[in-house]
Every structure is written in C-alpha cells, then in structure tokens.
Design a protein around this ligand. Structure first.
Ligand code: FCB
Length: 458
C-alpha cells in the first residue's frame, strides 16, 4: 500500500504536490460569538463556561471574535494570506436549537452565506460537523452517554448535507473524539465537565458510532463529496526503555489513538484496551463496528506535541504524562517537537494505509505583544510553523499521501478552559475593539502558501 501511495503523489520542485491545500482552521464556539442570536440554542460550552471556576478568569464565548458579524472581513484576511482552504465548524445548535426536530432556517442561511463567501474568494471549505458544542438539550438527555445522540447527530448531518452538499466537497464528522472523552467526561476540564472513568468506553463508542452513521447520511446526500474524521495524535514515547514504561506508553497509545484508529480502519477495538476498560454489556451492538469502519476518503490529523509516558501505579487507568521541561515550551506548556509530526504521519501510513491525509490542525500559542508600530513580530511561531511545514514535506517525500495543511488558527480565539489567554492566531485579535492585525507568522504562512512551500527556505 505504501508503495502505491509513493507512486501516486507527484511532487513539484518545492516538495509539495501541485494541488496542495494551504489553509487555516477555526471552530464555531471559539470564534463566532453571537451566542444568543439567530435562534441559536444553548450548548454545553455555554453552560460550562458560565459556571464559575471552570474557565480561566471566568471568560466565555458569548462574543469571542464576533465572527458571526465579521466573517466577510475574516474571509478577506484568508484571501490576503493566499490561503486556498478553510476549515470551520458548524454549531449544531444554530441548525437545531434543541439538537433535534425542526431546523432553524436562520442557522442554515448563516452557514450557506459562509460557504458562498469562501467560494466567491476561491477558497475550498472543509466543514466540521462537531467541534465539541453539543446542544444542551441533548446533554440533558444523557449527551454522548446516550446512544440516541448518535442518531440525532446523523439526522443533523443529513440536514446540513442536504442544504450545502452542492457546494461543500469536504466533510469532517468529528474533531478529536478522544479529547471529548477524556477532558469532557473523565477529567472534567472541558464541557460537559463530568469525571467518571466508566464513561470512557460508552462515550468513545457512541462518538464513533455517530461518526459512522453520519458518514452514511453524508454519502446518501452527497455521494460526490469526501468524508473524513479528525483525530488528535500525539507522538507517544516511553520515558525510558524499562519494560514498565514501554508498556505504559503502549497502553496510552491504545487508549488515546488505537481505540479510534483500529475501530475506523479495522472495525475492532484493541484488545489490550478492552481488557482493562470492561465494556458494558450491550454497548457494542451487532453491525456497529461495520458502520464505524466504512472506508473514509481521508483522515484529518491534529498534531501539536509529543507525549512522554511513565509507568504509574498499576491500578491507575489514566496514563501518566511526564510534564515537559526546559525552554522551547509554548504558552500551553507544550513541548515543540516537529519530528513527531513526521513520525505520526509515517506510523499512520505504515499501520493503517489511509487513502489520503490532511493536517487539519497544527500551530502554537505564544504570549505575543504589539510593538510600538502596532505590529506583532512572533518569531517563535514563525519558527514553529516553518519546522512543522518542513516535517510535512519530509513525510511527503517518504510517500505519505498528504494533501493539505491547516494551521491552527486563523484568529486568536477562545481557547476553551484557558479562555482568551493563549493566542494561536496567524492574525491577532484585539478583543476590546475586535481589530484584526496580521502577525509576522501570518505573512510567513501566506508566503509559504503563495509559493506552495517555496518560501520555506527563505
Ligand atoms: C485542539 C482543538 C482546537 C484548539 C487547539 C489548540 O485540540 O481541536 O479547538 O483548541 O487544540
């Protein structure tokens, strides 16, 4: 398989295929604001962020980047940066305020305008259906703990596809299901803020089932379009070559990665994980794994950092990550480890042979400052991006079928539990005035896009 993909990709002299997509990514709750406009229903992130103590400085996404009103200006920025693709997510509760039932025309109109605005600027839309903002009404019926939510999700997918599939050619069902499982339901650090290890299997399975059902809905409404899912992948390494650490790293990889990858690409859950999770009776029903493993048109990869795992007390289920130390950490405390991107891509190629891959997120937060001329010279972000783009090029040379690269993020935005402190944007947002300022990294990413990677060596 890997040999086949090596032959399939034709690289230009810059090391990237001719039709490579250079994009930026965002997510609805992180940028839109207008939380109570256009008939939008409440989501688990509205509820969570309005609960005192959950978010740094008790911030919330009520206004965020006000993208709901400023999307034209934001799309002009994409164009100025020569980006030819844009990944954004749809807020389920704008379409179905209670998560199910009758669609809200204002919500459908809004996303149709977004898509048309992109197409008019020659930008290819990648639409994510679920970037973590479950309608609160569904949470009250059990959220992702309830199998019914998977069916409501596929109904929602169908409604969107019916309206947009004549202009949207790329669909992403879910963003990072394992973060939803662990941060949302085990650690309680993200919405809905539950803390229960027994939810790992049910929530993980229902998310994957909802993906599989949505793939069916999308394929029936939009047979021509490409459908995929986005996973968050760390480059996992054991803290030492001691047997206990190697085993702990292996298990972490199972819990965070292989649970999803094996289900999607092989139709099974990894045995080393199911042995420890004890799946509830009746959770996986006949036909579920076939639904989940329907062939994908592409896999989306979100890569940020490496995870070093050390063995902990054997009774503990959750892997112990060694906190990264030293210089070179981002404002999230994440280690900058570009080689990990190459390793992750090669591992996917060798173990799962995906037909096509997109990097659907990669980027870094740094404490940017405005200089006296009102400019942002974010040399660390430029270096982060350059080094990761180079690793992507190296993976392409090794035959990885990589077709595009979306930087996280177009704009500084609401970074979940961290509020507005971490700034990930290619474009700075002055939250008091909503002014946008293209950072040096934005200009750099723009030159790389305009030259299809040629500017990487500048
Ligand atoms: C990813 C999320 C994205 C953003 C980045 C920094 O895990 O998908 O929304 O928060 O991290």
């Amino acid at each position: 398989m890997s040999e086949m993909s090596e032959q399939q990709i034709e690289l230009t002299e810059t090391g990237f295929p001719r039709d490579f997509l250079w994009g930026a990514a965002t997510a609805a709750y992180q940028i839109e604001g207008a939380a109570r406009e256009g008939g939008r229903g409440e989501t688990i992130w509205d509820r969570f962020s309005h609960t005192p103590g959950k978010i740094e400085r008790d911030e919330n996404g009520d206004v965020a980047c006000d993208h709901y009103h400023r999307w034209q200006e934001d799309f002009d920025l994409l164009q100025r940066l020569s980006l030819n693709a844009y990944r954004f997510s749809i807020a389920w509760s704008r379409i179905l305020p209670d998560g199910r039932g009758k669609p809200n025309p204002a919500g459908l109109d809004f996303y149709e305008r977004l898509v048309d605005g992109l197409l008019a600027r020659g930008i290819t839309p990648f639409v994510t259906l679920y970037h973590w903002d479950l309608p609160q009404a569904l949470e009250e019926r059990g959220g992702w703990r309830n199998r019914d939510t998977a069916y409501f999700f596929s109904d929602y997918a169908q409604i969107i596809a019916r309206r947009l599939s004549n202009r949207v050619g790329h669909w992403i069902t879910h963003n990072e299901p394992h973060i939803v499982v662990f941060e949302g339901h085990v650690l309680g650090t993200m919405a809905p803020g539950l803390r229960d290890e027994r939810l790992i299997a049910p929530v993980g399975h229902h998310l994957l089932l909802s993906h599989g059902l949505a793939v069916q809905a999308l394929r029936s409404e939009a047979p021509q379009s490409a459908v995929g899912i986005t996973l968050h992948l760390l480059h996992i390494e054991p803290a030492s070559d001691r047997e206990q650490d190697t085993q702990a790293a292996q298990f972490a990889d199972g819990l965070y990665h292989r649970w999803y990858l094996d289900a999607l690409f092989r139709g099974t859950y990894p045995e080393d994980v199911t042995a420890r999770l004890a799946l509830p009776d009746g959770l996986v029903r006949p036909g579920d794994m076939e639904t989940i493993s329907a062939p994908l048109d592409f896999l989306g990869v979100n890569y940020y950092t490496r995870g070093i795992i050390r063995a902990d007390r054997p009774s503990r289920l959750l892997p112990k990550l060694v906190p990264p130390r030293g210089s070179g950490l981002t404002a999230m405390g994440w280690e900058v480890y570009p080689e990990g991107l190459y390793q992750v891509l090669l591992r996917l190629r060798d173990a799962y042979s995906p037909t096509k891959l997109y990097i659907t997120e990669n980027g870094a937060a740094y404490p940017d400052t405005l200089d006296e001329r009102g400019e942002v010279h974010d040399a660390e972000r430029v270096s982060y991006l350059r080094r990761h783009f180079q690793e992507a090029r190296r993976a392409l040379a090794a035959g990885v079928p990589l077709a595009g690269y979306f930087t996280w993020s177009l704009l500084d935005n609401f970074e979940w539990a961290h509020g507005y402190r971490p700034r990930f944007g290619l474009v700075r947002v002055e939250y008091a005035t909503q002014q946008r300022i293209i950072k040096e990294s934005g200009h750099f990413a723009g030159r790389v896009a305009a030259t299809n990677g040629g500017a990487l060596e500048e």
